[in-house]
Write a protein that binds this ligand. Structure first.
Ligand SMILES: Nc1ncnc2c1ncn2[C@@H]1O[C@H](COP(=O)(O)OP(=O)(O)O)[C@@H](O)[C@H]1O
Ligand SMILES: [Mg+2]
Length: 524
């Protein structure tokens, strides 16, 4: 039988990063294909290319044997392809029900939007995933889980022939996952073809007919799923250590890692002696619990050390950093800063104590977008002056110019609005403000600081982090890209279901150990 969807030799680069290298897959009619791979292996890039939201540098797409124009969402939609993105793209001010039909408005006679019918349909779709919706609430007010469900409903509303679900379950509760699994089963039995991305093997086992595994942007393996999935094999493929078909990748991995991150080097480590290890930790955390995801994490970080946190999406790392920074309530647990107990209550209090966060979402938590580079860099410092009005213009200007030069922030003028900088340069501004000598940064927390940032800016960002560590800060960094953590950290902890399941350093700090731990396995 002819495949419904074919991707032939798809290649995609972002600057120096090879996100996909000659990847070919086929999807059969009524098949549920699992797309697996570690963070950063290229799953979302491939999904968005299949859905026309992203243009490949090379390669061909075919639907039902007919060439599909690449990089055209309209062409993909006309061919019957729909996608629910990993990160929901909803219109925050529009009501839930309108979001479900966004871009595919139901038109009645005379092409007027049939609002009543659309609202009713949206309600039915959503209720099939979870009961009790307020259809008129603005989508921006929903929880992350509900936004994910609306994103899924939006793709279902198109009644596609090919449905792509990019980590649809990462944010969902168990009952919602179950409804979605059932829905996928029903759709497939009616002939819908589905690409399903998840890190949870039980889900993959439950719905997928076959899986393909990506590793560093290449196809590392493929297998049919019968009753059980050969999890050890899948994990080996993901970590680039699988034998057989994947051997070629092992061979090339040294080279490949270089392509992905040419200039990230182990920044630190050499100076950390056993004497340091015996010293009082800069920050020590015991039994940290917050929300439903962080369920009892224990760890220490020392002065001058860069501690990496690895975890699959939704395993508590964001809650952990937010709680330590005072952005969200800690439900249980103890935190000590250089031996002194401390209960995080607010960001302001934690900054006062020297615990500073570079947040995950720099647009919402990190920057005043309409304000200048200068304002954004100096703002925290100004907050700290007991007598801000006495701050002399020249000293502020000197600090700002100094940070811009040290971090190589590319701006034509420090009065330029931050909104107009590139993502990497915006992130440097967020980090740069903590270089202000008036803020004594004792613990720097970073939440996925290089998300969507090019390789050169990545290197510069970690150099900035290194400056703070050299100045005596303890650094805790979560990054979704394991290779990046391995490159820049002295030590790694791995979170799984809200707990630290592995602490890795020295020779144990390698991709296959991390990958096993990410799935809750002790390393083989
Ligand atoms: N818009 C982008 N700009 C630069 N690099 C990107 C962009 N999108 C993805 N990447 C990079 O491409 C690689 C693959 O990313 P992605 O497809 O999101 O992986 P996955 O979904 O498997 O976690 C990563 O190294 C990521 O940092
Ligand atoms: Mg992804």
């Amino acid at each position: 039988m002819m495949p419904i969807l074919t991707a032939d030799q798809i290649t995609k680069r972002y600057g120096g990063v090879v996100a996909l290298e000659s990847v070919s897959i086929e999807l059969n009619v009524g098949e549920v294909l699992g797309l697996l791979g570690a963070n950063g292996s290229g799953k979302s890039t491939l999904s968005s290319i299949l859905a026309g939201d992203n243009r490949p540098d090379a390669g061909l797409l075919r639907v039902g044997g007919v060439d599909l124009e690449p990089g055209s969402p309209a062409a993909a939609r006309a061919a019957g392809i729909a996608i629910a993105h990993q990160h929901p793209g909803l219109a925050p001010d529009l009501p839930v029900w309108e979001n479900v039909h966004l871009g595919a408005e139901i038109c009645g006679p005379g092409k007027f939007l049939n609002r009543a019918l659309a609202r009713k349909k949206a309600g039915e779709l959503l209720e099939s995933l979870r009961p009790h919706w307020d259809l008129d609430a603005p989508a921006g007010k929903l929880t992350a889980a509900d936004q994910q469900l609306v994103e899924i409903a939006k793709s279902l509303a198109l009644e596609p022939r090919v449905l792509i679900l990019d980590e649809p379950t990462a944010a969902l509760a168990a009952a919602e996952v179950e409804s979605l699994m059932r829905k996928i089963g029903v759709l497939a039995s009616h002939g819908t073809s589905i690409v399903f991305i998840s890190h949870r093997m039980a889900e993959v086992e439950a719905v997928c007919d076959r899986v393909v595994v990506l590793c560093n942007g290449r196809l590392a393996g493929e297998m049919a799923v019968s009753e059980r999935i050969d999890e050890a094999q899948v994990i080996a493929w993901m970590g680039g250590t699988g034998g057989g078909a994947a051997a070629a990748h092992v061979h090339e991995r040294g080279h490949q890692t270089e392509v992905r991150a040419p200039s990230l080097q182990r920044l630190r480590g050499a100076h950390l002696t056993t004497g340091d290890a015996a010293a009082e930790p800069a920050l020590s955390a015991r039994g940290l619990q917050a929300g439903t995801r962080l369920r009892g994490a224990d760890f220490d970080v020392r002065q001058g050390e860069i501690l990496g946190i690895a975890g699959l999406q939704g395993h508590g790392q964001e809650e952990l950093l937010d709680a330590l920074a005072g952005y969200r309530k800690l439900d249980e647990g103890h935190v000590k800063l250089y031996g002194a107990p401390l209960i995080p209550r607010s960001p302001r209090q934690m900054i006062d104590a020297g615990v500073c966060l570079v947040p995950n979402d720099r647009h919402r938590q990190g920057l005043w977008l309409e304000q200048s580079v200068e304002f954004n860099l100096a703002q925290v410092g100004v907050n700290f002056e007991k007598h801000a009005w006495r701050l002399r213009r020249v000293s502020k200007r000197r600090f700002v110019d100094d940070v811009v030069a040290r971090l190589r922030i590319k701006t034509s003028d420090v009065r330029q609005p931050v909104r107009t900088l590139s993502g990497g340069n915006q992130q440097k501004v967020v980090i740069g403000r903590w270089l202000d000598a008036r803020v004594n940064v004792r613990v720097l927390l970073l939440s996925d600081p290089t998300k969507g940032v090019d390789v050169i800016a990545r290197k510069e960002i970690y150099e900035a982090v290194g400056l703070l560590a050299d100045a005596g800060a303890a650094v805790i960094v979560y990054a979704s890209d394991t290779a990046e953590l391995l490159a820049v950290c002295d030590r790694l902890i791995v979170l799984y279901e809200g707990r630290v399941v592995a602490q890795l350093e020295g020779n144990d700090m390698n991709e296959s150990q991390v990958t096993s731990a990410l799935f809750g396995r002790s390393a083989a």
